[in-house]
Design a protein around this ligand. Structure first.
Ligand code: 13P
Ligand code: SF4
Length: 322
């Protein structure tokens, strides 16, 4: 079905100025054509820029939704508009597909904060304590873990194990934020998200003074002192759902910058106040490199065959918890 580009622009005109949209159009049209020719779908994380998120993505969401959806993709090719661990997760769950990343360098400070050898040492140090690993990790780290979690299901996963104590890695702040909500004792690692660790409680106090009545939503990768100042903390999907459900007059999303743009498109009556931090890794993905990746079918994300089964098992155990 031909794409109605006028309707598409009307949808995003709140967040993309017309002259910029004109520059994006050739790539958007080419990507739409290439998706048909290659039998490809584009999965995009909530932190992708609005021209990607609203212009070319077939499936959008948080890490949990992207993992669940990747498993059911029937197209031959998956382009993962997000960071490397998201593409690896898609490949783990749907190994017969060609999974492409538009930029191999799109990493994550959390994934870089821990190695498989670190996980093995933790296991030796805390024998018998289950290891819950955030999906923001390499396949090699997942392969050493018992079960994965995302920010959208971390509490549920920790409590599903029915044990008094778990190791939760590598995000120290996510672990501390979940520890505040559960009786399960949590042993944390010292990894941080370079985007969310920069927010401060003082910033939120100043925002509330400047914008009385503002609703503050924070991602649980933020430090606990920041989450304590927020009205609600949840995954990127949970923040988006909150705006849809509560329709606040004025809101601030304490997270990556593109989130507000993407959510604002669907909620014209809500005012988005926008102090935010950019994720340099997410921002490596552009319309141009998505187009090139579909033209060349490069770069393919592959999993070491030895890691495939154990890493997949950790992700599948997570998906089985409802
Ligand atoms: P979500 O799973 O909440 O989308 O978070 C992923 C992420 O990388 C946040 O920084
Ligand atoms: Fe990683 Fe933080 Fe970027 Fe998310 S926002 S991909 S956790 S560096």
């Amino acid at each position: 079905m031909p794409l109605d580009l006028t309707a598409l622009y009307n949808n995003v005109s709140r967040v993309i100025p017309a002259p910029e949209w004109e520059l994006f159009l050739p790539d958007i049209e080419a990507i739409q054509r290439l998706k048909r020719e290659r039998n490809a779908v584009v999965l995009a994380h909530n932190y992708q820029t609005p021209e990607i998120f609203h212009g070319v993505a077939d499936i959008v969401g948080d890490s949990l939704l992207l993992a669940r959806e990747a498993m059911h993709v029937e197209a031959d090719v998956i382009v993962l508009a997000g960071v490397h661990f998201m593409a690896e997760t898609a490949k783990l769950l749907n190994p017969s597909k060609t999974v492409l990343t538009p930029d191999m360098r799109a990493g994550c400070s959390l994934a870089d904060s821990i190695t498989p050898a670190d996980v093995r040492l933790l296991r030796q140090r805390y024998p018998g304590v289950p290891i819950v690993t955030y999906v923001n990790t390499s396949a090699a780290v997942k392969a050493e873990s018992d079960i994965c979690c995302t920010s959208g299901n971390a509490k549920k996963i920790v409590e599903s194990l029915g044990v008094p104590e778990v190791i939760m890695l590598p995000d120290e702040y996510l672990a501390q934020n979940i520890a505040a909500e559960t009786k399960v004792k949590i042993i944390a690692w010292a990894g941080h998200c370079e985007v969310h660790e920069r927010f401060t409680p003082q910033e939120i106090i100043a925002l509330r003074e400047a914008h009385p009545g503002i609703v503050v939503l924070a991602h649980p990768e933020c430090p606990p002192e920041v989450v304590a100042q927020a009205d609600f903390a949840g995954s990127t999907a949970a923040m988006s759902d909150y705006v849809g459900r509560e329709q606040p007059a004025r809101v601030v999303l304490i997270t990556e910058c593109s989130m507000s743009d993407n959510v604002a498109v669907n909620h014209p009556r809500t005012e988005f106040v926008r102090p935010c931090n950019l994720c340099p890794h997410m921002k490596r993905i552009t319309l141009r490199n998505i187009r090139e990746c579909l033209e060349t079918l490069q770069t393919e994300v592959l999993i070491d065959p030895q890691l495939q089964a154990p890493a997949r098992l950790a992700v599948e155990r997570m998906l089985a918890v409802r």
